[in-house]
Ligand binder design. Sequence first.
Ligand code: SAH
Length: 381
Amino acid sequence: MENRQIKCPKARQCGGCKLQGISYEEQLEQKQKKTEELIGPYCRVFPICGMEDPYHYRNKVHAVLDHKKGKVISGIYAEGSHRVVPVDACLIEDEKADEIIVTIRELLQSFKLPVYDEDTGRGLFRHILIRVGKTSGQIMVVLVMASPIFPSKNNFIRVLRQKHPEITTIVQNINDQDTSMVLGEREKVLYGKGYITDTLCGKVFRISSRSFYQINPVQTEKLYQKAIHLASLTGKERIVDAYCGIGTIGLIASDRVKQVIGIELNEDAVRDAMKNARANNVSNVEFYCDDAGDFMREMAANGEKVDVVFMDPPRSGSDEIFLSSVVQLAPKRVVYISCNPETMARDLEYLTDHGYRAITAWPFDMFPSTAHIEVVTCLSR
Ligand code: SAH
């Protein structure tokens, strides 16, 4: 296992990597202990699955643009503020993505294109977002701008592509709101298809700029394999993939079940999920754009039959409408994937108070150097 201690000179200013500078072994020990504290009261916690090489794993890289003494800078907001810490290279980000960001910043300077000023609302270029398909090698560049008018656009795109022929698509995103959200609603494809694809557990996934996609694909494969294994599928099941994003878990499980119902709130992600079903020739899957709780309540009210529920909610966890509907639908098994063991523990308390028993929990280190922990827990009725 990788146990170098590479020190990031920006760690203190940036604040993103709470465990930076601590040996990887020690990081894993801390995460194991935390998971045992939170999830241990419900079931046995297996040893955390770490990474072989815990650096440069992030496939999605964001940089905010600013200026300082007439120079364009790019980097990360210092934790809890809107002060930009200049960062050219980050130990957890994809290295090619970091290189492209530096090139774009230099091009903005040489093309004399104005960077947006959050205080005055003037200027044009706000953020750069890069998504990399780690297996496909495809790269998407998203230029987030305050207005659709892009001076010297064709020249800019031409030079950028010359310097980085590995870029497969470039998207202009318009964000004219005074907001902390990076991406706006409007988009224009400037080059290529407007999305990238990537392969996960043998299936191909289409990822657009605003869809959720796991940021560490190496660990995601291991996590999904474990989650699907824990469900003990026989081929006869009707399963729900709740909070399904672009449909990854349901599509990967689709060969091993009778039917998959995927539920996701983000419209772009649902569109990607439907296209992913077609691209992988999967015909036993249906995706719905809805609040997972509302949808499950409706299913329970209609007396539908569900054998297994996979749930993978955001950091805030699930809610009582969702959980009470699960209890009413009474699937044999619930496989709960979480990026926040604190909210997972809260939700496990509800499920174990209402007829479910947690069987085992498996932590995965999806976010080395940061304090975040991913856990999958299997529950049974
Ligand atoms: N299972 C997917 C996505 C997990 S992230 C994967 O592994 O890639 C959590 C997802 O829940 C996000 O796509 C988010 O858009 C979605 N989401 C958040 N709140 C939701 C809600 N109330 N109902 C349905 N989906 C929701």
